[in-house]
Design a protein around this ligand. Structure first.
Ligand SMILES: Cc1cc2nc3c(=O)[nH]c(=O)nc-3n(C[C@H](O)[C@H](O)[C@H](O)COP(=O)(O)OP(=O)(O)OC[C@H]3O[C@@H](n4cnc5c(N)ncnc54)[C@H](O)[C@@H]3O)c2cc1C
Length: 507
């Protein structure tokens, strides 16, 4: 078998890998994208059961924006000519807390509308919540400035223009909310998106939460009309049009290293592909322990981080419309409590009532299922060893029991009847996510962003963290933390840095 040779090999065609390959191919680097599956996207995909085509992961994507006012991800998509039919989501979320405390609020998109609504629910919150959004804007602008300065920001500019961003960069969300004197009830409503990060508010880094919150509330959220598979296919086309190659059904086993620098990759089939640059969409935990000779620096870096939440999703195809069922919103957060630490701790066990992030796809995408039907998905999170006692013989029962429990709870909280309308039903457990994409331990949330280890230190350490010359990372386990927009943007950055590295090598 003849050795192949490329400028850059990208391992994995998840969101990060697709964005990285599109970037390097557009820049003119001879690019090969290698994917172990027979289709692109990783979590960004779709699957069919009976007459329903389900969205496996995406609830909503921020940072796309609208024509004339694009977000960072929207600008990147435009720069590579990505064509996707986006649908905008009307309201931000409906949050229902049903436990020791009770709450039922519906929050809109649009910063002013959000602040006004909050004032209605929590009189006297206006000033502090306005300050929260102004600070969040400074955070986003500060990150943007550091990005534009290619990791070499002018300290004077940072200190004069983005002082509050610097001051809060190593704080937790709770610390900043307390400093801003936001009333407790307003904090509970503001914190609703915490389940999208999966780290409790007493530990989660303020910068990452503030950036996410602002991007959702100020910029709104979208979904693609034809499930996230549509985005993955659009990327695939652009990569090929830029001259990049894609190899499906091919797993990379090893990254080849010579004199401390990347020399190529070795596939499961024993094929050697030469390249001076590799961008990995597979997590550092996997690359360092399985694809490379692990050094103590590599183990230290991995061991200092906690793997984020493991995913669990129950997908339901219903033979009734959302109108018949009585659900009018798109996104519901059903929380057993407003105490995020308590909810986080409960992720460690399969007992109890887990929080639910529920999506009614038809309420934004009416034509997504046959007439007279609808689709509903319920997502929750687990951590630690919550699934370790499950053996093969009781696996199906274990995963279906949780789905039954969750649908019964959703029915009782919302006062609707769903069980009698279920026509198709599927479950993805942490086991499914681990098997499907190779996600480490079924983790779908990358490495947890804590106060001292989040997007800023990870961005500032990009070059220092290169344990092998020519090896960069992208995707949910890389420096931007997880999420659709973050994964695409991390791929774009890794691609641009690889292009810079390659021109430095040549000159
Ligand atoms: C249930 C669920 C709901 C979510 N909801 C949202 C949401 O609403 N909004 C949002 O923004 N984000 C959401 N996310 C998070 C988002 O999906 C992820 O952060 C993002 O898709 C991760 O992308 P990635 O680039 O890390 O790629 P991954 O999807 O992890 O893909 C990695 C790819 O690499 C391939 N690969 C791995 N190892 C190898 C190898 N050795 N050789 C070849 N190929 C390899 C895999 O097969 C896979 O295709 C959700 C995730 C899940 C699972």
């Amino acid at each position: 078998m003849k050795d192949l040779s490329y400028d850059v090999v990208v391992i994995g065609a998840g969101n990060g890998g697709l964005a990285a390959a599109a970037t390097t191919a557009q820049k003119g680097l001879k690019t090969l994208l290698v994917e172990q599956h027979n289709l692109p996207g990783g979590f960004a995909s779709s699957f069919v059961r009976g007459r329903f085509e389900f969205e496996p992961s995406l609830h909503e994507m921020c940072d796309v924006g609208v024509q004339g006012c694009l977000g960072g991800a929207g600008e990147f998509f435009e720069s590579i000519g990505l064509k996707v039919e986006w649908l905008r989501i009307a309201d931000a979320y409906r949050m229902v807390v049903d436990g020791e405390s009770k709450l039922d609020v519906t929050m809109p998109f649009g910063t002013q509308a959000y602040i006004d609504k909050m004032e209605e629910y929590v009189p006297g919150s206006r000033e502090s919540v306005t300050n929260f959004f102004e600070l969040s804007q400074e955070v986003v602008d500060g990150i943007g400035y550091i990005g534009k300065s290619k990791g070499n920001p002018d300290k004077q500019v940072l200190m004069s223009k983005y002082a509050n961003f610097l001051k809060t960069a190593s704080y937790t969300l709770d610390q900043v909310e307390k400093a801003l004197k936001i009333p407790d009830k307003a904090c509970e409503i503001l914190n609703a998106y915490w389940c999208y990060i999966g780290t409790e508010t007493s530990r989660v880094n303020f910068t990452i939460f503030a950036a996410m919150m602002l991007k959702f509330i100020a910029g709104g959220a979208v979904i693609p009309k034809n499930r996230s598979h549509e985005i993955s296919l659009a990327f695939e086309s652009r990569i090929r049009e830029f001259g990049g190659d894609i190899m499906y059904s091919t797993k990379v086993d090893k990254i080849l290293v010579e004199d401390g620098a990347v020399a190529g990759v070795l596939t499961t089939g024993g094929r050697k592909i030469k390249a001076k640059h590799v961008i990995s969409n597979a997590a550092k935990h996997i690359v360092y322990s399985q694809m490379l000779e692990q050094t103590s620096e590599m183990s230290k870096e991995c061991n200092s981080r906690r793997i984020g939440g493991k995913g669990y999703v129950a997908y339901f195809g219903l033979n009734k419309t959302m109108e018949e069922i009585g659900l009018t919103d798109y996104s519901y957060f059903i929380y057993p409590s407003t105490d995020t630490k308590k909810m986080y701790d409960s992720f460690a066990s399969r007992d109890g009532d887990p929080l639910q992030a529920v999506v009614c796809l038809n309420n934004v995408n009416p034509g997504c299922s046959p007439e007279g039907t609808s689709m509903l998905t319920i997502t929750t999170i687990y951590t630690d060893d919550a699934w370790d006692d499950v053996e093969e013989k009781n696996y199906v029962k274990a995963k279906n029991d949780i789905a039954r429990k969750m649908i019964a709870r959703f029915e009782s909280v919302m006062g609707v009847s769903i069980a009698d309308a279920i026509e198709e039903f599927e479950v993805a457990s942490p086991e499914t996510f681990a098997r499907y994409t190779g996600a480490y331990d079924g983790g779908i949330y990358g490495y947890e962003p804590e106060a001292l280890d989040s997007i800023m230190p990870r961005l500032m350490m990009l070059d220092d963290d290169m344990h092998v010359k020519g090896l960069r990372f992208c995707g949910g386990f890389a420096f931007r933390c997880h999420g659709y927009a973050s994964s695409y943007m991390s791929g774009n950055t890794a691609g641009l840095l690889t292009y810079r590295d390659s021109t430095e090598v040549k000159s």
